[in-house]
Design a protein around this ligand. Structure first.
Ligand code: C5P
Length: 302
């Protein structure tokens, strides 16, 4: 009898729901998913959102295809043909879906804000399991403030830079030609222009390529941004991506300067955070709410 009750108790303890109730949503102490019953978060976060484009999910619904095409400059690329070629070249799946009470995956999302200058955040950033950098944000020469580790770099053709063999290149396909460019970079190297000149080739590990699903962009634009801006910024996409794949998310290098300029830590630049296609102020507002609710930790820099 004792034996049966021990077995039953062990069984109950081993069930994910019981373990979550007893030990929390992950093994980190504070977990993103601790917010799962928060009404504000529930309205926005979709645990079933498609993150990455794979062979299995690359057929797009009409509604999604139309939405995606509307983001694009005039292009005559045949999506179906491009999608067929993609998964003959690149890995087809990256499994991030191992969340559970026993996992504690910490992630640093590193934006390019000038508030990183003199921050001394380098060691803190490098202490995370995943360090996700964005666009051109360099590390060389800036290690003290931004660290040196890069496990993932999120880019699109116009923002691509060389990366290490160990870094996952994560492409955001804002347009169909971006997928064609990705194929070209690792094969013929013939695409030198989208709507502006782009690098026909970059150093990156083809076995580590990941592609954000267009449905993920639509999900963020509609559920998180409530259609503020035309489409989400690379940084905001990265932040929501991290919410989906990490247990704890620390955010660095986000925030315009006092004049609303989307300044960089590595160059002098002028770009108003609300100008162009993005609702930068709205995005930053959401980032602050996430911080206030302890879904992320926002490091404001210097
Ligand atoms: O400027 P860039 O798009 O390369 O920067 C990457 C991301 O970092 C942006 O998409 C934005 O989310 C964030 N950023 C910011 N404040 C800045 C500069 C960048 O929030 N001053």
């Amino acid at each position: 009898m004792l034996c049966v009750s021990v077995v039953v108790s062990l069984y109950i303890l081993s069930r994910p729901t019981t373990r979550r109730l007893m030990f929390g949503e992950c093994a980190c102490g504070q977990c993103v998913m601790d917010l799962r019953y928060d009404p504000w978060f529930k309205q926005r976060f979709n645990p079933y959102a498609q993150l990455l484009l794979t062979k299995k999910n690359c057929v797009l619904s009409n509604a999604l295809y139309l939405w995606w095409q509307k983001l694009q400059y005039k292009s005559k690329v045949n999506y179906t043909m491009v999608a067929e070629m993609l998964f003959a070249i690149f890995p087809n799946e990256e499994d991030y879906s191992d969340a559970g009470p026993g996992r504690c995956r910490t992630c640093a999302v590193v934006g390019n804000s000038g508030n990183l200058k003199k921050s001394h955040y380098g060691p803190l950033i490098d202490g995370h399991d995943l360090v996700i950098r964005i666009n051109k944000g360099p590390t060389l020469g800036y290690e003290r403030d931004v660290g040196s580790k890069t496990t993932h770099r999120i880019i699109y053709p116009e923002s691509a830079v060389d990366m290490d063999n160990s870094t996952h290149m994560v492409l955001i396909p804002f347009k169909t030609v971006d997928l064609q460019w990705l194929i070209s970079v690792f094969t013929t190297k013939h695409i030198e222009r989208t709507y502006i000149p782009v690098k026909p080739t970059i150093k990156a590990n083809r076995d580590k390529v990941m592609i954000i699903h267009p449905a993920f962009l639509k999900y963020i634009q509609e559920r998180w941004l409530l259609k503020h801006g035309r489409y989400p910024s690379t940084g905001f996409i990265t932040l929501i991506f991290a919410l989906h794949i990490c247990d704890q998310v620390s955010v660095f290098g986000f925030g315009a300067d006092e004049t609303g300029n989307w300044h960089h830590y590595f160059e002098e630049n002028k770009h108003n955070h609300n100008a162009g296609n993005h609702g930068g102020a709205y995005e930053f507002g959401l980032t602050r709410v996430l911080h206030a609710k302890k879904g992320i930790r926002l490091y404001r820099g210097w």
